[in-house]
Design a protein around this ligand. Structure first.
Ligand code: TRP
Length: 447
């Protein structure tokens, strides 16, 4: 449904840049390496890749086509395609997940923003990189101010709207991030002792794979591809009919997976070369990469500043997609104007993020789920429960309620090279929902 008043992506490239901008973010560069480290390395990576191909790509197609067909936000889409039913609850769950994810995402976005200005500290001779990181996030005030700054930048872009804001910023800065990552990889893999890190990352040891690890891989796949909460439904709703959904899905998933994989190449060789701990947790990227910059001599300053600047931009292009999901709902359904929706929701989400930030320091005694701090617990609930559940329900919606025939028909309008067909149908009806369901049951200990 082309809808002039809601806005549309102006070009194919603009859409891919925006959707890839949503997918590529802290999930790739901060979260992927640290959970790969936590769950044992190569075997986890392999499971992750399998999930991307058999669950991630079909769901990417599904969200985009539901968005374009309905021309609506995450909740409105279900009301449009399944009127007089309860399917809108899936959309409501997605919007809730958006609130939760953005609240802590913005806290970490704030850490990345702060690090743009920390090269003086981490480049100093004999700097203790772990201490610098821990010191910077346990302070009660500074991280909150950076969280506020990050959220304000996010609000600023979303207020500007879909063409003027989101599309313009992403098109240029994403390729720059890729270039700097390649330079970092070259430095990292040539460090003495890097080989052990490459082995950790690339040689699978399946004895390290646990049910919890597989659930984490599933959650990470959803998180990284921005799936399971209607984000790609919302972005798909701004697609024109002549734009190619299947090809876009491959490009977005491919670019996202490539960046995450490359981030691992920048980080693990350095982790082992500097004698750090791969399972160190959420600080991994923020501790390891500054050590790499410090090993580069004076140019490390330049690379460090540039890297954290680009990481902040990558985080912003993801954060705006989360805020857009929430705002699109209030704009479409509650008829708020864009400015009002963005400021009110942005402020609420900022407030919701405060406990996650304080949980690193003054509230570090607060443990919620399985010994996890506030931020980690929210991430667990959103990534490992709400997103896979949203994905599962979307599979059931398309496969068993709305019909894969209608889905395939919509996706193939504008499809040039690859078209969806029987394989897609099989994956959405059987493979993806059964796999998600089994991982769930297994991880809560049913068998
Ligand atoms: N995919 C982003 C990242 O990897 C985060 C993100 C943006 C997201 N939009 C989302 C995660 C929607 C889940 C759902 O950093």
């Amino acid at each position: 449904m082309e809808n002039k008043s809601r806005g549309n992506w102006q070009s194919q490239v603009g859409f891919i840049a925006a959707a890839a901008g949503s997918a590529v973010g802290l999930g790739n560069i901060w979260k992927f390496p640290y959970i790969t480290g936590k769950y044992g390395g190569a075997a986890f990576v392999l499971v992750y890749l399998i999930i991307i191909i058999f669950i991630g790509v079909p769901l990417m197609n599904s969200e985009l086509l539901v968005g374009r067909k309905s021309g609506k936000n995450a909740l409105g889409a279900f009301k449009e395609l399944a009127p007089k039913s309860s399917w809108w609850i899936v959309g409501a769950m997605g919007i809730l997940a958006g609130f939760i994810i953005l609240s802590y995402y913005s806290v970490i976005g704030g850490w990345a923003t702060a690090y743009i200005f920390k090269s003086g500290a981490y480049m100093a001779a004999g700097a203790d990189h772990a201490n610098i990181f821990v010191g910077s996030i346990t302070n009660p005030w500074a991280p909150l101010i950076w969280h506020a700054i990050f959220m304000l930048m996010c609000i600023g872009i979303v207020v500007a709207g879909i063409e003027k804001g989101i599309e313009k910023y992403t098109k240029i800065l994403m390729p720059a991030l890729l270039v700097i990552m390649l330079i970092l990889i070259i430095r990292s893999v040539t460090l003495p002792g890097a080989g052990k890190g490459l082995a950790f990352y690339l040689k699978p040891d399946f004895s390290k794979l646990t049910a919890e690890g597989i659930l984490a891989a599933l959650g990470q796949a959803f998180f990284s591809l921005s799936l399971g909460m209607g984000c790609m439904i919302t972005y798909g709703s701004y697609l024109k009919k002549d734009q190619d959904i299947p090809a876009n899905s491959y490009w977005i998933a491919g670019a996202d997976t490539a960046i995450a994989f490359l981030a691992g190449f920048a980080i693990f060789p350095a982790v082992f070369a500097f004698g750090l701990e791969p399972g160190a947790g959420p600080g991994l990227t923020f501790i390891t990469l500054p050590a790499v910059f410090a090993s580069m001599g004076a140019v490390g300053h330049v690379f460090g500043i540039l890297f954290f600047f680009l990481l902040t931009i990558a985080a912003l292009t993801s954060a705006i997609s989360l805020l857009e999901v929430v705002c699109a709902y209030f704009i479409d359904e509650a008829k708020w104007d864009r400015k009002k929706a963005t400021w009110i929701m942005g402020t609420i989400i900022f407030l919701l993020g405060i406990p996650s930030s304080l949980g690193q320091g003054v509230w570090s005694g607060v443990k919620i789920i399985g010994g996890r701090d506030i931020l980690d617990s929210l991430d667990f609930i959103a990534s490992n429960i709400l997103l896979p559940l949203g994905g599962l329900l979307l599979c059931i919606f398309i496969g068993w309620y709305w019909g894969t025939d209608k889905a395939i028909e919509e996706a193939n309008i504008g499809a040039k090279s690859i078209k969806l067909g029987a394989t897609y149908s099989f994956l959405i009806k059987y493979v993806a929902p059964v796999a998600i369901f089994i991982v769930f049951l297994k991880s809560i200990g049913v068998f």
